[in-house]
Each structure stands twice: as C-alpha cells, then as structure tokens.
Design a protein around this ligand. Structure first.
Ligand SMILES: NC(=O)c1ccc[n+]([C@@H]2O[C@H](COP(=O)([O-])OP(=O)(O)OC[C@H]3O[C@@H](n4cnc5c(N)ncnc54)[C@H](OP(=O)(O)O)[C@@H]3O)[C@@H](O)[C@H]2O)c1
Length: 258
C-alpha cells in the first residue's frame, strides 16, 4: 500500500454515518471541504446562494458514489438558514458537523468604505456564521455531540489595510468561536476555527501579480495554499481524532503569521 492509498483508507471511515453541512460549498475552499468530508464517509449538505453552482458540485460528488444534498441558501438571511437546517434534518435526521465557510470580501480603504459594504461583509461572514451555529445547537445538544468549524482568516489575527470590514468579521469569528466553545463544551460539542493564509481560489485571484509576489515572500514555505490544505484541517477537526480540541484557532498558512 503506498502512502496515498494509506491516507485515503484512513479517511474512508473517519466520518462514516455522520452528516455535515458545508456553507459556501459551490467553489474554492468550501467545495474542497465538502469533497474531503465525503471521502471520509460523511453525508454532506452543500449550500451556496447559487442553486446551479452548488447542485453541479453536489452532482459531481454523487457521481463518485458519495451521498450529498444541494441547497440554495443565503446564510445572511435567517429564514434561509432555518430552511437549510430543516431540509438537512428531513433528509438525514441528524447534524453532526457544521462548517461555516461561506464568506465574501468588499475591499476598500476605510476612508472610502461604504456603509453597505461594511454591512454586507459583517452580515454574511459574522452574522451568517452565528445564524448557522445557533440553528444547529438544538439538534447537536439533543445528540450530545457535534463539531462546529468556523473559517476565519489570518487577516482576523493581524489585520490588513483595505480590509477593515473583512478583518473585523474574521476577528469576530475568533471571539465567537471561543465564547461558543465555552458555552457548549459540556454538551459534547466542540467549536474550533481555521485561519487560512493565502489560498488559491476565486477570492484571491483578484489580487495583483505584484502583490502576490510580495505576499509569497512572507510565507516561510514559499508557496500559496490549496483549498485541499484547508479541507484536510477541517476533516481532522470534524473527526474523533480532534475530540479533545475546542476553542482553538488552527492556522493553515504555510507559516505566514506566527
Ligand atoms: N482564499 C483565501 O485565501 C482565504 C483566506 C482566508 C480565509 N478565507 C475564507 O475561506 C472561505 C472560503 O473562501 P474562498 O476563497 O473559497 O472563497 P470563494 O471562492 O469566493 O467562495 C465563497 C463561497 O461562499 C459562497 N457564499 C458567499 N456568500 C454566501 C452567502 N451569503 N450564503 C451562502 N453562500 C455564500 C459562494 O457561493 P455563492 O456566491 O453562490 O453564494 C462560494 O461558494 C471564506 O470564508 C473566506 O473568507 C479564504
């Protein structure tokens, strides 16, 4: 058995029988997380605002033999989140894992930042994370177990010029993760966050080549991360291997911030 086969074999039953929700799963990091959780044996509910995009990813996974459900939901809208939870329970009767991955950017220097761009980023990245987390607590408390994984960012730890709204939301997720971990630890639920560095997705494709070169110099491993790097960390935190870890922020950034 070579190293890759061994790694996949380890993954195959890591999460078997578990049901996971991944928000923002139509592309980038969320799509990679959905795939990893499927490979580890979980049933995965994928959501994004675009029904077409998320259905396409879910169908590709189904063609590989995995169990998925695609749902269009805007996590910044409470009613959509309630619908997402209802559909998940109706289909799979339980929710074991929630990955709060959906996120947006509306970058601008603070002097010129529009109220609506502040509101949109906070409402999606932070309030949406709260809506989803609050909604899964009841079924998780009933089951006496659960894994909640919030996708923050290194920008939430160290800030970034031109991203005051995004940094505030991602820093908010860190405080939210720790407070929630303290609230629900006795119920068998762990709550952790991942803080990715620079990961190659549509979100970072907008960054100019010059800026990308400068950023690369800040990364000791001298390469940008891939969505799968974040997905592996999420899969670990979702598994029993991470049963004694809660309230933590796991950086997946090639050493960019330390
Ligand atoms: N890429 C990086 O370097 C990096 C670094 C640190 C942190 N992150 C974080 O990682 C997460 C994923 O980033 P990414 O790079 O994969 O971004 P991306 O390629 O832009 O994908 C974002 C995903 O979120 C979905 N989404 C956005 N708003 C939504 C909403 N209101 N409701 C439901 N789904 C929504 C998008 O689908 P629709 O547009 O169809 O809704 C898409 O599936 C984000 O939270 C991001 O902040 C990324």
């Amino acid at each position: 058995m070579d190293a890759t086969t061994e790694r996949n074999a380890f993954r195959e039953d890591l999460l078997s029988g578990k049901t996971a929700i991944v928000t923002g799963a139509s592309r980038g990091i969320g799509a990679a997380i959905a795939q990893r959780l499927c490979e580890a044996g979980a049933n995965v509910v994928l959501c994004s605002r675009s029904a077409e995009a998320v259905t396409q990813i879910a169908e590709t996974l189904q063609e590989k033999g995995y169990t998925t459900l695609a749902t269009a939901a805007d996590i910044s809208q409470k009613a959509d989140v309630e619908g997402l939870i209802k559909k998940t329970i109706a289909q799979f009767s339980q929710i074991d894992i929630l990955v709060n991955n959906a996120g947006i950017t509306r970058d601008m220097l603070l002097m010129r930042l529009k109220d609506e761009d502040w509101d949109a980023v906070l409402q999606t990245n932070l309030t949406g994370t709260m809506y989803c987390t609050r909604a899964v607590l009841r079924p998780m408390i009933r089951q006496k177990s659960g894994r909640i994984i919030n996708i923050s960012s290194v920008v939430g730890l160290v800030g970034n010029a031109g991203q005051a709204n995004y940094a505030a939301a991602k820093a908010g997720i860190i405080g939210f993760t720790k407070a929630t971990a303290k609230e629900v630890g006795t119920r068998g639920i762990t709550v952790n966050a991942i803080a990715p560095g620079f990961i190659t997705t549509d979100m970072t494709a907008q960054i100019s080549e010059d800026n990308q070169k400068q950023l690369l110099e800040l990364i000791p491993l001298r390469e940008f991360g891939h969505p799968e790097d974040v997905a592996d960390a999420a899969c670990f935190l979702a598994s029993d291997a991470a049963r004694y870890i809660t309230g933590q922020i796991l950086q997946v950034d090639g050493g960019m911030v330390m």
